[in-house]
Unconditional design. Structure first.
Ligand code: SAM
Length: 209
């Protein structure tokens, strides 16, 4: 991934009404219903990039509250700009490292987690940084409600195989899986493409757990 530091992006993010700010974040575990002003289910995307997927999902599902999480201000800036063009009341953003996701959402507060084209971190010594690793799955288990789901798609076969191997040790069960997402009508139903997915043309793998 190549990142460009966009001058002023930190300041824009720090002042944006669409971004839940740090001081609030850590206090707000279990108060997302208050932030959204309703009791609707909460779906989150971790590593959302420029936000195409989550903006489209929020627009198509007004009865669901969405929270997009992205580590870098310069990337999140694009999602904020999109919200300025087309504001949605059921979408908020967090600029943070997903490592602290368990401090920002309360136990069982989240209904669904999306991981789309997560960074592969190919070196073994970086395995813990992979978003579908057992360390991250443990964090997700805490915030997901009983019966909650995680959906993961990627074009990286090594990362996908790694994700499948992590499920058992983390105590998760696989509900559905394909190695040819765009050729699988059942798994493609309702698929919303991400920026990355459009750029590469297709996603090869998807799992629902
Ligand atoms: N999901 C988007 C898509 O499919 O177009 C972006 C994919 S991009 C390859 C991965 C994104 O995840 C990057 O924007 C990166 O900054 C973000 N990311 C990676 N690790 C993260 C973490 N620990 N916490 C939050 N964001 C993270």
């Amino acid at each position: 991934m190549r990142l460009r530091n966009i001058t002023g992006s930190r300041e824009v993010i720090a002042e944006s009404p669409y971004v839940v700010q740090e001081a609030v974040q850590l206090k707000c575990a279990s108060s997302w219903n208050r932030i959204f002003g309703n009791e609707n289910p909460i779906h989150i995307e971790i590593g959302m990039g420029k936000g195409q997927f989550i903006h489209t999902m929020a627009k198509g599902h007004p009865q669901v509250n969405y929270v997009g999480i992205e580590k870098y201000s310069s990337v999140l800036l694009r999602a904020v700009q999109k919200m300025e063009e087309e504001e949605l009341s059921n979408l908020k953003f967090l600029r943070m490292d997903a490592e602290i996701v368990g401090e920002v959402f309360g136990p069982g507060e989240v209904d669904r987690i999306y991981l789309n084209f997560s960074d592969p971190w190919p070196k073994d010594r970086h395995a813990r940084r992979r978003l579908p690793s057992r360390e991250f799955l443990a964090r997700y288990s805490r915030i997901l409600r009983q019966g909650g789901k995680l959906e993961f798609k990627t074009d990286n076969r090594e990362l996908f195989d790694f994700a499948l191997e992590e499920l058992g040790p983390a105590g998760w069960t696989l509900e559905a899986c394909t190695y040819d997402l765009h050729g699988d009508p059942e798994m493609m139903a309702g698929n919303v493409t991400t920026e990355y997915e459009e750029k590469i043309g297709r996603a090869s793998c998807r799992e629902r757990v």
